[in-house]
Design a protein around this ligand. Structure first.
Ligand code: B12
Length: 204
């Protein structure tokens, strides 16, 4: 039997949901990311997934749990954004070498202001995340996110690199916004604004 030469990369996942009467929503979205990596990675054994965080908890407790990780994927929704970003900020301060990836419906497609405000984020994912998350994990040793579709990040020169073109999911995207105004503000280009109008009936 051949032994692994390097320890597996420890992956932490965070998707904080609300609890009602002691019952919690399980972290479906990050579970999909983990399953996809386990199924499709070139070498699945090179990644070790920690138990995901899915309940509201104190920032300190979350940071403590995640400080074991080499990379953390965080799912941003309107109900967890502030808490999740504070966990990420404190985690990066404690462990500067950790890689922080964010995604989810609360991630704006026009990401420059967001990335400049939250410089502790290494890479953001836009839209469906399974393949994008795997691509990022497989590039971890190089820390090079260039040409990974569905991502944006600040490069070493502090410039925004936005690789956010996912034509097929525009209707889904439009459906994610609370109002047409929000859809117009957040979708990345004029064509998408037009589509957001077209999809008006599915904007909830
Ligand atoms: C089903 C659903 C519900 C069900 C959930 C049932 C259940 N058991 O899970 C119910 C009806 C309970 C519900 C309730 C609510 N919901 Co709801 N819901 C949805 C819906 C229709 C689908 C959610 C889903 O499962 N999608 C499938 C998953 C896999 O998609 P995803 O979460 O987007 O994840 C993918 C990507 O975003 C990305 N990704 C996500 N996280 C990460 C992280 C990383 C690191 C990476 C790389 C990628 C990544 O990859 C994932 C896989 O492709 C969406 C609308 C939609 N079309 O998505 C709204 C939606 C999620 N809900 C929304 C809202 C506002 C709510 C409520 C607050 C409504 C309310 N006022 O009470 C509550 C809150 C519930 C809570 N969790 O606390 C909003 C969230 C908006 C936002 N910006 O965060 C959405 C987007 C609808 C909308 N258009 O506004 N909801």
């Amino acid at each position: 039997m051949t032994e692994r030469k390097t320890a597996p990369i420890k992956v932490g996942l965070v998707q904080i949901n609300n609890s009602f009467s002691g019952q919690s929503y399980l972290p479906y979205s990050v579970a999909l990311l983990e399953s996809y990596v386990r199924r499709h990675a070139k070498d699945p054994a090179s990644f070790e997934f920690m138990l995901p965080i899915f309940n509201r908890l104190k920032v300190d407790a979350a940071v403590e749990h995640l400080s074991e990780a080499d990379v953390v994927g965080i799912s941003l929704y309107v109900w967890n954004e502030k808490l999740s970003l504070e966990i990420a900020r404190r985690l990066k301060a404690r462990k500067p070498g950790i890689v922080i990836i964010v995604g989810g419906p609360q991630m704006p497609d026009r990401s420059e202001p967001f990335l400049r405000e939250h410089t502790f984020i290494d890479v953001a994912c836009h839209g469906e995340g399974e393949q994008t998350f795997l691509d990022i994990l497989e590039r971890l040793p190089r820390r090079d996110w260039s040409n990974i579709e569905g991502t944006s990040y600040l490069n070493a020169a502090g410039e925004v690199v936005a690789q956010v073109v996912q034509e097929c999911s525009l209707v889904t995207k439009a459906a994610r916004f609370q109002t047409r105004e929000e859809a117009r503000r957040r979708l990345p280009c004029e064509r998408n604004h037009f589509l957001a109008e077209e999809c008006g009936k599915v904007v909830v």
